[in-house]
Design a protein around this ligand. Sequence first.
Ligand SMILES: [Zn+2]
Length: 332
Amino acid sequence: MTKALGIAVCACLVPCILCAVEASNRYRSPRNPERKIRQSTELIVLHTTEAPARSSLNKLSERGEAHFCVTEEGAVYRIVDRDREAFHAGRSMWNGKEDVDKFSIGIECVGYHDKPMPSVQLNAIRDLVAELKTMYRLNDSQVVCHSHVAYGAPNKWQKKNHRGRKRCGMLFAMPSVRSQLGLKTKPKIDRDVQAKRLTVGDDYLRKVLYGNVDTMRQYYASAPAKPAPKEEPKSGIFSWFRSSAKPSAPKTSSKPKTVAGTFKAPPQSLAELKAQGFKQVGVVTKEVTASKLVGARWNRADTYYTIRNKVIPGNTINPSKIEIGMAIWIKK
Ligand SMILES: [Zn+2]
């Protein structure tokens, strides 16, 4: 199809009889009849598609992987009927209960876990979440992101079942973004980690979910509905995916912080790595794994892998693609 998504959206938005938020049935999943009616609803789980709208909608619909999908334009699509189970949470646990699909609603938001979303989209998510909260009598802390509930099985980097398999929807744990969504509280503690059912496999993610890390603060004032700035800051690691105007300067005097503590462009070459003060700590071999070299820092945004002149940040590297001969760089 070559028609712009925007045109398609306008043509097929139909009001839902039961709710105030208008949702389109254009991508309603053919999987609906085979999905069980959900017995309870204890969480709303927010995801980021990590892909553009059209391909995401097609995939979500085909596989029945969410209840709703909200595009960057703020259009809401119904995928799986909200009283049925959608397969959105994957391997998941919350308060000792596995298979979060059985007791949650999943909302996919077109965008990326570490990039700000346009305010029109956040407004649509806010309205949808508000409506579902009322419908299922949920409080703000029952609105979580996929990272809150996903966990990973033991692998060669993690010996135990661990929180930190996915960074999906991670921005929705940040207070600045939650305030845009009208959410005042968030889960205070990971009860599965506390009870030692899971260990922490991604310390940066833990800080986002339960600590003070909020890399979106610079983009959103505390009041909801402030228009998102539109241009990619040349020096920023957060690139705006649709834009042309300069982002408004942060209101506070402090500089926006990244994981590395400064708001520099991520290094693209060995020379830039060195210029920014990164030191090579070693090279991955058959015996020496990345976690042997840098421990829990292996998947952090301020850890870099280099091979054949490529520079790959740790937070984007696929563990299965870490290869022998890769050098690892960190700031000590
Ligand atoms: Zn997800």
